[in-house]
Design a protein around this ligand. Structure first.
Ligand SMILES: Cc1cc2nc3c(=O)[nH]c(=O)nc-3n(C[C@H](O)[C@H](O)[C@H](O)COP(=O)(O)O)c2cc1C
Length: 164
């Protein structure tokens, strides 16, 4: 059994979550930035992480997900400024599922990630960003220890699923 944890992260939030997921895995495993990924053959499961951008999946993660081989088991994780479990981050996951049409999605997990307050002020002026940017004001300090602990539980659950 071999797992890959791969991620795109601009400011380090998703990378933190990726490292927590990686630590929780008790099988053979690799941790790599999505930018360093060339060959995705030979993994029983791929954990693929990205920050939500404009309610969707950022470019580098989009290309990687589209290129997943047929039948590849994949579990998505993401960080986002908006509230956990809300409708806004759900849209990005749904987009990831549609990009992964050939792969087999086994689960997903999302938690909040802080956003620079100056950036929030700027984005709040743009109608397409206003909704999530307002929610993101309270994302300071995330991902926190609880988020990372939940990410670890998610990782363990995905591995249990592989053995079922
Ligand atoms: C340009 C830009 C667009 C973003 N769009 C969204 C969004 O639509 N919804 C949301 O919840 N968070 C959004 N965010 C917040 C990021 O998803 C969040 O800060 C994330 O934790 C960043 O992860 P990273 O540090 O791994 O890059 C956006 C951030 C940036 C910089």
């Amino acid at each position: 059994m071999k797992a890959l944890v791969t991620y795109y992260s601009a400011t380090g939030n998703t990378e933190k979550l990726a490292r927590a997921i990686y630590e929780a895995l008790e099988i053979e495993k690799e941790l790599k930035s999505i930018k360093d990924m060339q060959n995705v053959k030979g993994y029983d499961i791929i954990f693929c992480g990205f920050p939500v951008r404009a309610h969707s999946v950022p470019g580098p993660a989009t290309s990687f997900i589209k290129g997943l081989p047929e039948g590849q088991k994949v579990a998505f994780f993401s960080t986002h400024g908006s509230l956990r479990g809300g409708q806004l981050p759900k849209q990005a996951f749904e987009h990831a599922f549609s990009l992964a049409s050939k792969a087999k999605v086994v689960g997903h997990f999302g938690c909040r990630g802080k956003v620079d307050s100056k950036l929030i002020d700027t984005l709040m002026q743009k109608p397409e960003h206003q909704a999530w940017a307002e929610e993101a004001l309270s994302a300071e300090g995330h991902p926190d220890q609880h988020d990372l602990a939940d990410g670890k539980k998610f990782a363990a659950e995905m591995i249990r699923k592989l053995f079922q």
